[in-house]
Each structure stands twice: as structure tokens, then as C-alpha cells.
Design a protein around this ligand. Sequence first.
Ligand code: AMP
Length: 305
Amino acid sequence: MAILVVGSVALDTVRTPAGERRDVLGGSGTHFSVAASFFAPVRLLAVVGEDFTEEHRRPLAECGVDLAGLARVPGRTFRWVGEYGEDLDNPRTLATELNVLGTFDPVVPEAWANSPVVFLANLDPDLQWRVLEQVSEAALVAADTMNYWIASKPAAVRRVLGRAQIAFLNEGEIRQLTGRRNLLEAAQDVRDLGPRTVVVKRGEHGVLALDGGQTFALPAYPLRRVVDPTGAGDAFAGGFLGLAAREHERRGRFDVRQAAAMGSVIASFQVEAFSLDRLRALRHADIGERYEAFRRLTGFEPVAD
Ligand code: AMP
């Protein structure tokens, strides 16, 4: 089952306690695509500028991501500058330069219009909406967003979430969007907008999910060293939806807990290096091993009376 993703393709400048990288490949669409490509065919709809070189494109192409919808237009590629403190919590955004993203008009290629799974990665919610209008046959729509858009276009963000079956939000974003501090209440508020499943990403504290009438929580996979948290949320969504698409194809259904566990595993690899460095070197065997280790870490037996 192919996944169509629309999102940002960026040149990121990132500072973390482990170091700094300038103008490295990033963006919500990029991180998601590479993560999901381990499980399902991925089609990336995005825009870049003239400063986007073959070198930048290579990691995406090497992962087999279909780039027929990656438009290269006059101007500069979207840029984001972010900095993380010692706690590696939410980054401080130092600059957001929309550049070619400011005039992006996403047109879904005809051959992609029947994509069964659609991921609306963090992007201007009006652009996410325009894509939604072009993929009316999608069986599964998932959406993500970010504080930048919640602050500037809250109604548009709500409109998009209302059409998604799965919403991915981090804890800061969901509190900002709903005005609620309690995460269960906040997640319920988002469910009331429309999504059946709301996944709250909590960084090093893991995830909390409301799925139908059920609630569940997972810790993050514990790591000794985090180098760069950028893209963790998108990698989580990529692992989650990638596995969901693969399982749906094979078995006609997917399990939200398994998908959330796989999202956590892929996100844990993402943060071990800058940009795409860790995911580019990742093998299926590494994923399988860490998934099993995570299963052992989180499983426990009932106690006898
Ligand atoms: P995350 O998974 O939340 O860490 O996403 C990080 C990615 O989001 C970075 O690679 C940035 O290029 C991208 N990004 C940052 N701000 C925005 C924005 N306002 N719109 C779209 N993408 C963004």
C-alpha cells in the first residue's frame, strides 16, 4: 500500500549540545519519507528551490522514495534554524524562512490521486487541505502539525485534523491547540474533532494514545546518548504509518500498539545522529532487533491472586 506524503523538504541548521550542522537535509516530508520507506512505497509531494542539489536529493532517492512529485522551482529552499537545550526538549526556533514553500501549490500527480494512505506532514494547514481535496479515495488519512501553524492558523489546523483518522501531535502542541493541560482531556478534545486515533508524542517520555475507546501508553526506547532530536516526530509517524500500511496490505488490518511501538523504535534511531545520518545506515535487521528489545523492555505478566 503506497503512502502519499505532503510535507516540507528543508535545509536545516541545527544546534544541540552534541554539536551543530548547517544547511543539512531535513523537513517533515523528508524525515517521514525515509522512515516509512523501510515498510511501504512512499510518494513525496513537496517543493524545493534552485539551491537544492543532487547531493541533497540522493538520500531520498537511495531509499526508493518516489520523487515524481518533488517540484524544483526558482527561489530558495525552505529553511529552519533550531536550537535544543541540555534537556533536548522542544527546540527553540531561531528562524523559519518559508521561501519556495510560501508560494507552493501542491498538485497531486494524476497517478497518485488514488493513494490509499495519505500523510499530511507538518506544513501550512491550508496546503494540507488542498491535498486532502485531491485524494478523496484515501482509506487512511493521518495528519501532523506544529506550534508555528497552531499559533498562526488554528482554525485551519482544526479543519484538517477533523478530516484525519489519525492525528499525531506532541504534548506542547496539543496543549496549545486545546488549551487543556491534562493530556487525556486534550486528546479527547482532538478526538471530538474527528480522528479515531490521537497519538500524543511526549519526546523522551514516550507516547500516549487514544484509540477508539481505548487508552494506552508506551515509554520511549531508552538511549544513552541523544545527538539530535530533529525529525523524531516525523520518523515516529513514518514508522507508525509505514507499518500500518504494510500490515493492512498483508492482513487487512493493523494494530495501533504495534504501529506505535514501531514508530518509537524508528524515532529512537533518528535521534542518534544529525539529519538522516542514522536512518541512512539503518538495516532491517537493526529494526527487528530493537523492536524485540523494546518488546522485552515494556512487557510484563499479570500477578497471581
Ligand atoms: P520534528 O519531527 O517535529 O522534529 O520535525 C522537524 C522538521 O520540521 C525539521 O526538519 C524542519 O525542517 C521542519 N519544520 C520546522 N518548522 C516547520 C514549519 N513551520 N513548517 C514545516 N516544516 C517545518
